[in-house]
Design a protein around this ligand. Sequence first.
Ligand SMILES: Cc1cc2nc3c(=O)[nH]c(=O)nc-3n(C[C@H](O)[C@H](O)[C@H](O)COP(=O)(O)OP(=O)(O)OC[C@H]3O[C@@H](n4cnc5c(N)ncnc54)[C@H](O)[C@@H]3O)c2cc1C
Length: 440
Amino acid sequence: MDADIIVIGAGAAGLVAARRVARRTRRVLVLEARDRIGGRVLPHPLTRIATPAELGAEFIHGAAERTKALLREAGSAAIDMGGDSWVRKSGELQCNDDNFSSSARIFEGSRSLPDDESVEQFLRRFEGDDALRETAQAARAFVEGFEAADPQLASAKAIADEWESGTDSTSARPLGGYGPMFAHLHNDCERAGVRFAFSTRVRRISWRRDGVAVDVRGPLGESQTLRARAAIVTLPVGVLRHRGDDAEITFEPELPAPKREALAHIEMGHVVKVALWFRTSFWERVARGRYHNAAFFHIDGQPIPTYWTQLPVRSELIVAWVGGPGAVALSGRSQPELVEMALAGLGELLGEVELARGEFEGGLTHDWSGDPFARGAYSYVAVGGGNARAALAVPVGESLFFAGEATSSDGQGGTVNGAIETGERAAAQAVAALGVKEIA
Ligand SMILES: Cc1cc2nc3c(=O)[nH]c(=O)nc-3n(C[C@H](O)[C@H](O)[C@H](O)COP(=O)(O)OP(=O)(O)OC[C@H]3O[C@@H](n4cnc5c(N)ncnc54)[C@H](O)[C@@H]3O)c2cc1C
């Protein structure tokens, strides 16, 4: 045996799982295809600018107790968001109240439907309703922008569950970005004796009741088979679902039917996120300081419609964002094209095209949809997939355990906090199955 437990993936779920399992056994091996930890958390520190460009996860959504506890452990903290939202309507930017709660309420009606419907189908019934037409449009925009989902595929009932009225819709940011928290998890793992193999791609997982054999391709292209009593699989759904000649991963034997059924009902959402940094935070000065406390800007009808500042930290960084079908429409665009598009969009939005160009210093993006180790940004539930997340989380026999954001079924799917919780859950399941008692 090469390890008691092999953890596949060194993102949030994998690091948390490895750290927890390591309380019980030092024979833990983490296999990671990239040459770094973090997975879909990808901070890019910038010289001179106080906030890193977070090319993956950036915010903390809702209460997120586990994330906040980890930040405290790492000597960091969550800082509450604040600031105004500005929306461009009839050619002018107007300060806008948050309409997330009314968007969430409109989905409540989907609970009484006999059968699930797509978000598109469900919202279409409000088209002729003068009182609710605008709310329905805002709700569709949230599904695309926030869930990164295609309204034609996303489940209306699942959105109702995830956005349940009363859900804490507040947001915060990790002070200094997510980097320190992930470095802390990695250090803790290493201190506990967890071994890491980076640039090591898992290609095949052969599972039996009493153990697993994992075929990997190492950094120099060399093949190897590693054996363990169990594996914790934290691979993104995009990777698990991807089939064909360039499939990253196969299971031997195939995963049981309920697991394949679950995977068929969880889609990967798509996002284009561009970080732009400037000589100064010029948007705070334009229009006689009107946008001094701007957190978000939104402009309909543009290829990249949403922009945000780093408030409450005043920094020279702006993030441009489009999710869902709008992001798919931009697939194949090069990094310089996307940076240019974002810069032009920001200038136009503020009515300060020349100033934005003059102040511009640099921009960066990451192609998550084209990334073979992600194949999208984060997951959402497709029509008819009410219990798909829970089904994906169920262990297979006593040797295969599943974690990762897509297996989080309490409204935390698609988030870092959800991934953390699933890593803890899968580690506890694996330890229990191996018959070793965990030290609290
Ligand atoms: C652009 C973007 C913005 C986001 N914004 C937010 C946000 O603001 N707030 C929030 O909470 N969440 C956000 N998310 C989602 C969040 O990043 C994820 O939910 C979370 O990081 C997922 O963690 P995970 O451990 O489940 O998966 P991952 O982080 O993807 O970890 C899985 C690991 O498996 C590895 N892997 C893949 N294939 C193989 C292979 N064949 N062999 C070995 N290893 C492999 C991957 O490299 C990866 O490291 C965002 C995501 C993106 C992409």
